[in-house]
Design a protein around this ligand. Structure first.
Ligand code: FMN
Length: 162
């Protein structure tokens, strides 16, 4: 907590006031005795006092054998609880794959933002693979295959690829 707090405070000092500061956290280790959402709420309260604007609520990643119940919107409850209990804006992430799903998360007040990763990356990769001469020059350019990605790569990049 101390390291992150010191980093957040230093970044806040360096950023213009008008620039929002997001912090991504792993809200739970999904493991008995590990980091949990109660501690994440406490962390979020502290980060709010330091000038952090948004907590981006991911989870897992630290304990290899943790059983993570991966499924559509599986991390949204972290965004909802941290938002409610720490009174700070949150971003929901993880298997949000459709505009209607993202819209429902925001409208229901479960989070202030919905972030999409693999779904958008998959679209960009497939679009680039279909038009090899028009590949983007920035961002994903280095990760773009010269031809249509194979089944494994596509499965890794997204769940329901058109
Ligand atoms: C290949 C890959 C690399 C990722 N790298 C990072 C990372 O470096 N840091 C991070 O916080 N999340 C990382 N993530 C997690 C994504 O940012 C996102 O939270 C996750 O993929 C869940 O959202 P999605 O279901 O929309 O993809 C990565 C995900 C993938 C698939």
């Amino acid at each position: 907590m101390r390291f992150l707090s010191e980093c957040a405070a230093a970044v806040r000092r360096a950023l213009p006031d008008k620039c929002p500061l997001f912090v991504r956290i792993s809200a739970s280790d999904w493991t008995e005795g590990g980091w949990d959402v109660e501690q994440s709420v406490e962390l979020a309260r502290r980060l709010k006092r330091l000038g952090v604007d948004v907590i981006d609520c991911s989870s897992g990643g630290n304990i290899e054998k943790a059983k993570v119940p991966v499924g559509p919107g599986y991390q949204v409850p972290f965004a909802e609880r941290i938002r409610r209990e720490a009174d700070i804006a949150t971003a929901a992430v993880g298997m949000i794959t459709a505009p209607a799903q993202a819209d429902a998360i925001i409208r229901s007040g479960h989070a202030d933002l919905a972030l999409l990763a693999r779904r958008t990356a998959a679209r960009a990769l497939l679009a680039a693979a279909r038009r090899p001469r028009a590949r983007p020059r920035h961002g994903l350019a280095g990760a773009i295959p010269a031809r249509r990605p194979d089944r494994r790569a596509r499965a890794h990049a997204g769940h329901e690829i058109d």
